[in-house]
Structure formats: C-alpha cells, structure tokens
Write a protein that binds this ligand. Structure first.
Ligand code: FES
Ligand SMILES: [Fe+2]
Length: 417
C-alpha cells in the first residue's frame, strides 16, 4: 500500500507565462563536431553546440511513448484542470474514480475546453458555442446551440490521452498506438514493496534537459549544496573520482564513486574542505555499505547513490530512504519537477516519517535544497559549454539517449494538434 504525506498545492502557471521564451535557439553546428563517445577530459566532448548529440539536441520537448506523472490525483476534480505536457495542451477532468485527459482545444474555433462547463455527466462543454464532448471517447456528442439533431454530432472528436493513477499521482501517456502498462515507467521497487511517501510538485523555469543533467551531475552537489540547511550537520566531499555503470534492471545509469576526497590541497592557494566541527562525517560511498540499512534498499544492491533512467527520472538512494525526482517536460522553458521521498516502512515508523515530512523534510529538502538546483537550472545557459572530468555523468546520460532509439516530441503547428 502506498501512503502519501501532505503536499502543498501548486497552481499551474498561466499559458502565457508557460510559453515565455527564455533561451535562444542552439547556434548552427560547429565545423568539427565533437566525438560524443569521448569522456570529458579526453578531448572535447561537446562545445559550441549539441550537434554531437542530435537526438538530445532535438528533444527540447522531451520524448514520446512514455508515461509522465503530472498532478496529484486528489487535486483533480470535476472542474477542468489545464496542464501542458511535452508542449501539448491537455485538460484533466475527473469522472467519479476515473480521471480523463483530452486535448485542450475545441475543434470548432480553437477555444480551450478547460474553460468549459460540465453540463452533463461524462461530458465537457466548450464555453463558446456549447460543443459537448464525451470525456472518455473525445467524441462530439451534443451541440447545445444546434439542437438535438445537430448533424455534426458524431463526426468530430478531440484527442484523448491514456491515463492512470499510481503513487497518488495522475500519469498521462503521450505517444502513438497502444500504451505499455504504466508500471513499465515506475521503478520496480515501488511496485514490489509497501512504502510511505511524501512529495511535492512544482513547475520550474528552465528546459527539462538542464534539470535532468543537474540531477545526475556528479560535480555540483558537494559544492552548491554545502550551504543548504538540509546539509548543515553533514560533511560533504571536496571531490570524487566517479564512473557510471548501467544496471541490468530497469535501465538505470548509476554513478559509482571510486574515490572520495574530503579535503584537497591546491598548490599555492590553500586547502579546501567541507569539514566543520559541528558536522558529522557522512554516509559510506554506497548505500549498501551502511550498517543499519533498510532491507528493501539493501536488496536493491546499488553500487552508488545516484541513478537516472529514461525518460528523465532520478533516484538518490540512502540507507533509510530514497528520493526520486521526475523531470517532466512542460514546454521548451519549463519543467514539471515531481519529487517524492520514500521510506519502505509501515505502521509507527511510517507515521513518524509522515510527521517529519510535513514538518521539515518538504521544506528543507524538497524546498530549499532542491531549490538551489532550480536556481542553477534557471540561470545556466548552455551550449556553448566546456566539460570537465566529473561531467562524464552528463555525457553518459546523453549517450544513453542517443543509443536508445527514442521518439522526439516535435513542435506542433497544425490546427488539430
Ligand atoms: S469554439 Fe468551441 S463551441 Fe465554438
Ligand atoms: Fe543538486
């Protein structure tokens, strides 16, 4: 069973705000493209643009044929809720215990159906002329301003999207043909074990790729986050030597730390360390090495803390809990950041976790700590870029995308989108 701690409500931004252009298009390809197979530090893996990563470069709006978590299920009611997903305008409505998703555009004159009313059970009516659509099939089933015999009925429909509810979230499939089971896109440990979770969702500025790269980025956490209150009492390394391995289960890339250095002498400059008298020395370099590890996490046998998988899901596993974050593309300049913290506990321990989550974890970790990531994702502006040795995590992620045969979501221009 899944239990959900309280989450703060996050209003969807106005469509105009969601479409605000913030970053210039990538410049023309460089004369000599970089070799995407090269690791950072062994040549120039990327530079003036992302032409070495053509699929990645084209994936401004993400990838089709995946299930994406978009909203807390309890927040979707009878009232139409507009969302943007991979650049597509979608309206969510609830019909009893089912949520429905339709393209948020009336085919008559292009008015958003999310502005409409719920005149009859199982339908949504456009606010302009009252075209009324069946929310399950998307078929035009009545036209209020053309009478019961309206000849256009049954001849027009709006697109519907497959939808599921899991982990207390509504999942929408954006793709072609019959969707796979939603479970394909949910970490198997969350399907196979009871747990308690808390989470929050935000729409953040910046393209989803920057958010995903930031998540799997090896270099930043120990420096950017050393000012986070969440890390106030824990030492973080100065630098690591890391490699990336691929898991046989669920297609995760996992960062493995081969060396951890708690301080470093920079000749002529001095020593840098994160150590302070009030900080505890931290976790071992893999979750499984902790003495009192949770049995479910132990069973996962992870060689490193941080993993990423398609289409953009990060997992940070600690000995007692796991943090997940989904980078769900909204449009070119916004990402839906869905973060949950999971403990594989029941009973009293689960209740204690829920109390801790609502009283401080969601503010310190899912607020201020990951807010530092949001800050960087918002202000960074690449390419051009010059990658350094720890960026092998970023290039491994891009390489995974290039070889995975993904279907890029293209900008839609036609009337029926
Ligand atoms: S625009 Fe929707 S009914 Fe006319
Ligand atoms: Fe971070």
């Amino acid at each position: 069973m899944t239990e959900i701690a309280d989450q703060p409500a996050q209003p969807e931004p106005a469509p105009a705000a969601r479409r605000r252009p913030r970053r210039a298009a990538a410049p023309a390809p460089a004369a000599r493209p970089a070799d995407p197979a090269a690791a950072p530090g062994e040549g120039e893996p990327a530079g003036q643009d992302w032409s070495s990563w053509p699929t990645y470069n084209a994936a401004t709006l993400g990838f089709r044929n995946y299930w994406y978590p978009v909203e807390w299920a309890r927040r979707v009611g009878r009232k139409p809720m507009p969302i943007t997903l991979l650049g597509e305008q979608i309206v969510l409505v609830r019909e009893g215990d089912k949520v429905r998703a339709l393209h948020d555009r009336c085919p008559h004159r292009g008015v958003p159906l999310s502005l409409g009313r719920r005149e009859f059970d199982g339908t949504i009516s456009c606010p302009y002329h009252g075209w009324t659509f069946d929310t399950e099939s998307g078929k035009l089933c009545a036209v209020i301003t053309d009478g019961p015999e309206s000849p256009i009925c049954g001849k027009v429909s709006v697109r519907t999207y497959p939808i599921e509810e899991r982990l207390g979230l509504v999942w929408v499939y954006v793709g072609d043909g019959a969707p796979p089971p939603v479970e394909r896109d949910i970490p198997s440990e969350l399907l196979e074990n009871p747990f308690v979770m808390g989470g929050r969702t935000d729409i953040r500025d910046g393209n989803w790729r920057f958010a995903a790269e930031n998540g799997f980025d090896e270099g930043h956490a120990k420096y950017l986050h050393n000012t986070a209150l969440w890390r106030l009492f824990k030492v973080m390394p100065a630098w690591n030597k890391t490699r990336v391995v691929e898991s046989e289960k669920d297609g995760w890339l996992i960062r493995v730390q081969d060396e951890v250095h708690w301080e470093a002498d920079f000749p002529g400059l001095g020593t840098w360390t994160n150590k302070r008298w009030w900080k505890r020395m931290p976790l071992p370099d893999a979750p499984g090495k902790a003495a009192d590890i949770n049995p479910v996490i132990k069973e996962m046998d992870l060689p490193g803390f941080v993993s990423i998988r398609l289409p953009g899901l990060l997992r940070v596993a600690y000995p007692h809990f796991i943090h997940y974050e989904w980078y769900v593309p909204v449009d070119a300049d916004h990402v839906r950041y869905v973060q949950i913290m999971v403990r594989f506990e029941q009973g009293l321990k689960a209740s204690v976790f829920k109390a801790k989550y609502v009283s401080f974890i969601r503010w310190l970790f899912h607020g201020q700590f990951t807010g530092q990531d949001a800050w960087m994702v918002d202000v960074m502006d690449a390419p051009p870029e010059k990658l350094y040795r720890p960026d092998l995590s970023v290039t491994a992620w891009r390489r995974l995308i290039e070889r995975s045969g993904l279907k890029v979501q293209r900008e839609k221009t036609g009337l029926e989108r």
